[in-house]
Structure formats: structure tokens, C-alpha cells
Design a protein around this ligand. Structure first.
Ligand code: LAC
Length: 220
């Protein structure tokens, strides 16, 4: 963890969090896919997530938009056409009840106690985000790309935060490297949560190994 940011309680008016992977743990999906009959659930999950994100980037490229629940369903149909439609629908529904990462509940409890304003900023639709937050027993504001009908890392997504707090007092938090990079490219302040995946290509302002470390850095 970088120390330079370890003080400032009043440094940020707003913390904005990516959802899938950052607050919610995607890994348990594999077990659920297995229970629903997937032969190689780890591979299916990896292929599905990749196809899901690639579909959002392709939609951005061609200037089209479809909501993230449709993206998620279509990505699964693309990588696993052999699975019947009913089972695929049940698999897609699992995105609504993903568990929080183990470090999330205490982190948000601490931030609520310190009255730090927190929001989600996610590719998910508001409905998907709210369902997932409820299931994960987390509660905060919700901003969705659905408001601008374009996906991360389009700058219009991160600009949604500008109506909430001054840019220099907003910290965006993500464990998805393309998301951290995308937000950095817009000149905003970014914390990267290293969940042992790929690293971002643009240096984030803060790099932490957990939300616990993030809280320490933000609250001092
Ligand atoms: C999100 C994707 C990037 O929550 O995980 O926006």
C-alpha cells in the first residue's frame, strides 16, 4: 500500500465503487454454475466474464447499447450455446445474488460510521445493482451506465460522478484494470484494489490489497 494517501479524512467527499469483482466476488459463481450442470464451471465463468466485457466494448465501438442483463445473457449464449435456454437464464440470474467479498461489510460499516458518502458506479442496470446490494447486505447510492447508455470505459460513464461531488474530491475504486485505466484516462483520482488479477496499465493514485486497506487509507 502506498503511504502518501494515508491521512486525509476530509480528502474525499465521495467514494465511487465498481461493483462486479470489486465489491462482489465473482468466484463463487463457479460453484453455482456447477450446481446448474456446467461440466467445467471455472472455464465457463472465465469465458463468460470475458465475453460479457468484450460485448460491452463492442457495443461502444458500434455505438449501440443493450442493458447489462441482456449483455450478460447474450454473452453466456455466445460461449455456451449447448446449454439450454432455461438453464442459461437461471445461470444469468445468479449475477443478482453474488456474495460480497469478505472485506466489504466491515469496510462499509466503517465508512458509514465516518459518514463517508459512497456510491456504486457500475455497468449493471440499477435494478441489477440494487438486487445484488440487497443480497450482499450492502447499502449505498447507485449510479449505472444505463443512465448514459454507454459502457465503461467511455468517459461519459465516469462523468456521472461529476454531478455528485467535485472531481478532485472524488475517489473511484475498482479492481478491474480496464476500469481503473479508463477512469484514470479521464483525469480522475483512482484507487485500484488488487484482487490478484491483472494489473492496470496506468498507475492508479492508490493501490491497495483490500477494502480494509482502502478504509485505512481514506479514513487515516
Ligand atoms: C462493473 C463491471 C466492470 O461493475 O464489473 O461495472
Amino acid at each position: 500500500m502506498e503511504r502518501a494517501y494515508a491521512s486525509p479524512m476530509a480528502r474525499y467527499d465521495l467514494l465511487a465503487f465498481d461493483l462486479y469483482g470489486t465489491l462482489l466476488d465473482l468466484a463463487p459463481l463457479a460453484g453455482r454454475l456447477r450446481a446448474l450442470g456446467a461440466a467445467d464451471p471455472e472455464k465457463l465463468l472465465k469465458d463468460w466474464r470475458k465475453a460479457q466485457l468484450e460485448r460491452t466494448w463492442h457495443l461502444n465501438e458500434i455505438g449501440k447499447y443493450e442493458p447489462f442483463d441482456a449483455v450478460t445473457a447474450n454473452a453466456l449464449a455466445q460461449v455456451a450455446p449447448e446449454i439450454d435456454a432455461k438453464t442459461r437464464a437461471r445461470m444469468a440470474d445468479e449475477w443478482l445474488t453474488l456474495p460480497a467479498h469478505a472485506d466489504a461489510p466491515a469496510a462499509f460499516k466503517a465508512m458509514a460510521a465516518a459518514k463517508v458518502r459512497c456510491t456504486i458506479l457500475s455497468n449493471g442496470t440499477a435494478k441489477m445493482i440494487r438486487a445484488a446490494l440487497t443480497a450482499a447486505k450492502l447499502d449505498m447510492e447507485v449510479r449505472s451506465v444505463d443512465e448514459v447508455k454507454v459502457y465503461k470505459p467511455d468517459p461519459r460513464v465516469y462523468a456521472l460522478l461529476d454531478s455528485m461531488a467535485p472531481r478532485e474530491r472524488t475517489l473511484f475504486v475498482s479492481s478491474n484494470p480496464f476500469d481503473s485505466d479508463g477512469c484514470k484516462r479521464t483525469g480522475r483520482i483512482v484507487a485500484f484494489v488488487d484482487r490478484h488479477g491483472q494489473a492496470p496499465t496506468i498507475a492508479p493514485d492508490l493501490r491497495v490489497n483490500s477494502l480494509t486497506e482502502l478504509v485505512k487509507a481514506v479514513l487515516g
